[in-house]
Design a protein around this ligand. Structure first.
Ligand code: GUN
Length: 291
C-alpha cells in the first residue's frame, strides 16, 4: 500500500485559520492585538526569505508584525538594547531573533536576553528547562509542528518507538523531549551513532533532522513506519535550467515512501507548520500575558 502523504501545507492552513479566530476574539472581546517582533541581523538570503514570510503570515492572521533589520556589524550591546525595548513593550507578546547570527554575536547570550514569556521560539534556557521537566513552556516551533502532525495521524503515540536523527537544540533535542512527553520510547541518533541503519529500522516513528540531503534511504525504514522529514536542502538542478535549484529533504523521498506507512513531503510537509506554530505560540504568549 502506498504511504499516506501527510499534507503539512493543508494542516498549516487549518492552524492559521484557528489562530486567526483566536486573534479576532482577542480583539473583539478584550481589545488586545497580539504582536510579534522579528529581529534580523545581517543579510543572509535564506533568513531574509523566512523573515519576510513570517511577517506576511503574521499580518494575514490579524496580528501586529514588527520587523527590526539590523546591520551585519551591529554590536552585541545594540542588539541587546533592541531586545530590551521589545521585552518592555506591552504591545509585543512574541520576540524572535532569526538565527544564525553573525559570528561576532554570542547566540546563547542574545537568546537568553529575551523575556522567557515572550520567547516564542522556545530557545531560552528557562523554556528548555521547563520542557525537559514536563512543565508549561514555550515549545520550539518545528518540533511542535511535527508533534501536531504525528498526533493527528496516529491519535495516541504512547508506547511507540521513535528515533530522532539529529541532536540540534532547535529540532532534535526538543523533538525527543516532546515524543517522550507523549510516552514514546525515544532514541536520539547522530553522526557518531553506531550502525545507524539498524537503529532507524527499529522505529515506528522516524524524525530526520540532520541537514544532509536525502541521507536516509528506504531500506532503513521499517515497513509501515511514519517518516517526518525536517530537512530543507537546496540542490543545484542544472537539468531544470540555468541557476535552477531543487528542494529536497533529509530522506530519500521515493524509496522511503515505498516502504513507509506515512511520510511528510519536502516541500509541503514540516516547513509550513513551523511558521503556523510560531503564530500559535504568539497567541499563546498573548493569552498568558493577559490572563
Ligand atoms: N533559523 C532557522 N530556523 C529557525 C527558527 O526556528 N527560529 C529562529 N529564530 N531562527 C531560525
Amino acid at each position: 500500500m502506498p504511504a499516506t502523504i501527510i499534507d503539512g501545507k493543508a494542516f498549516a492552513a487549518r492552524v492559521r485559520t484557528q489562530v486567526a479566530g483566536h486573534v479576532t476574539r482577542l480583539k473583539q472581546d478584550h481589545g488586545i492585538t497580539p504582536g510579534l517582533a522579528v529581529v534580523l541581523v545581517g543579510e543572509d538570503p535564506a533568513s531574509q526569505v523566512y523573515v519576510r514570510s513570517k511577517g506576511k503570515q503574521t499580518v494575514e492572521v490579524g496580528m501586529k508584525s514588527v520587523e527590526h533589520k539590523l546591520d551585519a556589524q551591529t554590536s552585541e550591546a545594540d542588539l541587546l538594547a533592541v531586545i530590551d525595548r521589545l521585552n518592555k513593550d506591552p504591545e509585543i507578546h512574541g520576540i524572535l531573533v532569526q538565527l544564525p547570527l553573525p559570528g561576532h554575536l554570542d547566540e546563547d547570550l542574545v537568546i537568553n536576553s529575551i523575556a522567557p514569556e515572550k520567547d516564542v521560539d522556545g530557545f531560552h534556557i528557562s523554556n528548555v528547562g521547563l520542557l525537559g521537566t514536563g512543565q508549561k513552556s514555550m515549545v520550539p516551533c518545528t518540533p511542535l509542528g511535527c508533534l501536531m502532525m504525528l498526533r493527528d495521524h496516529h491519535g495516541s503515540l504512547s508506547g511507540m518507538e521513535a528515533v530522532v536523527i539529529g541532536r540540534s537544540n532547535i529540532v532534535g533535542k526538543p523533538m525527543a523531549q516532546l515524543l517522550l512527553g507523549d510516552s514514546c520510547t525515544v532514541t536520539i541518533a547522530h553522526s557518531r551513532t553506531k550502525d545507524l541503519p539498524e537503529v532507524v529500522r527499529r522505529a515506528d516513528i522516524v524524525v530526520a533532522a540532520v541537514g544532509r540531503p536525502e541521507m536516509v534511504p528506504g531500506d532503513w525504514i521499517k515497513p509501515g513506519a511514519t517518516v517526518i522529514d525536517v530537512g530543507i536542502n537546496r540542490l543545484d538542478a542544472p537539468e531544470k535550467g540555468e541557476g535552477k535549484t531543487l528542494l529536497v529533504g533529509d530522506v530519500d523521498y521515493e524509496s522511503c515512501a515505498a516502504v513507509a506507512g506515512a511520510i511528510t513531503p519536502v516541500p509541503g510537509g514540516v516547513g509550513p507548520m513551523t511558521i503556523a506554530c510560531l503564530l500559535a505560540n504568539t497567541v499563546t504568549a498573548c493569552c498568558r500575558a493577559n490572563s
